[in-house]
Ligand binder design. Sequence first.
Ligand code: DHB
Ligand code: FE
Length: 285
Amino acid sequence: MAKITASVYTSHVPAIGAALDHGKIDEPYWQKVLAGYEFGKQWIRENKPDVIFLVYNDHASAFSLELIPTFALGTAAEFAIADEGWGPRPVPKVIGHPELAAHIAQSAIQDDFDLTLANRMDVDHGLTVPLSLIFGQPEAWPCKVIPFAVNVVQYPVPSGRRCFALGQAIRKAVESYDEDLKVQIWGTGGMSHQLQGARAGLINREWDNRFLDRLIEDPAVLAQMPHIDYVREAGSEGIELVMWLIARGAMADVAGGPIPTVRHRFYHVPASNTAVGHLILENQA
Ligand code: DHB
Ligand code: FE
C-alpha cells in the first residue's frame, strides 16, 4: 500500500526562484536563506519519495477572478510552468500521477470534500520554488508531483479547521492506494508577510515561531484558529499558512499513530518581503 512517509513545510518566496534562476545565489543575502535548505537537500537524497502531494497556492497564474476553486486537485499527467511577476521560471515541467490523483479524488470526494479536479493546470512559484529549494536545479524533477492548489488569495478562503480535516482525508486516501509508493505531503507558503497596503512589509517573528511550535506539538488546537488571526498577526499573505495544516493533518499521529520526528526546523528573516520558515517531519517507520 502507499504510505505517507514525511511532511515538508516551506515558504515559497518568488524572489528565491529569481535568485536561483539568475545566478545570484552566491550573494550573502541569499546564502543565509539557502543555508536553511542544505539539510533538506541531503535528507531528500536519502528519503526519496515516489510522489509528492504538493499543497500550494496559485497566484493568478492558472486561475483568475473568472474561476476560483477552493481546492483544486491536479489530475493531469503533466503540468506546465507559468508565473506572474518575473514570468515562467526555466525549470522542468511537473510530471503528475493521474492514477493516484484519481484515487484521492474518489476517496476524498466520497468523504465529503468537494474537490475541483484540474485536468489542466499550469503551476507557478507557489509550487516550483519549494521544489527548487529541496531539489536544486535538476534537468528533470526526480519524482512525480500531484499539485493541490488552495485558494488563499481571493476571499472567502478555507479555514484552518477545514484544511486540517482535509489533510486527514488525504491521508486516508493515500494509504488506501494499492501500490507500494512512498508519498510525501508538502505544505507551502507563508510565513508572515504582507505585500500591500499600510502594513506592507509586516513580519512577526514571535508569532511565526509560536506557529511552528504549535504545528509540531498541538496541530488540532492550532487548526481552530480563525483566519482573521492569521491576517492580523501574520499579515494578509500570512493566511497562506493554513496550507501547512493540510500537510500536518495527513501525519500519522493525527490518525492515532506515533508522533512524528522533527528532522529539521529553520526560520529566517527576511527573504524579499517574507519570513522564511521550513520544517521536516518524519513519520516513524
Ligand atoms: C512575495 C511573497 C509571496 O508569497 C508571493 O507570492 C509574492 C511575493 C515577496 O516576499 O515578495
Ligand atoms: Fe505567495
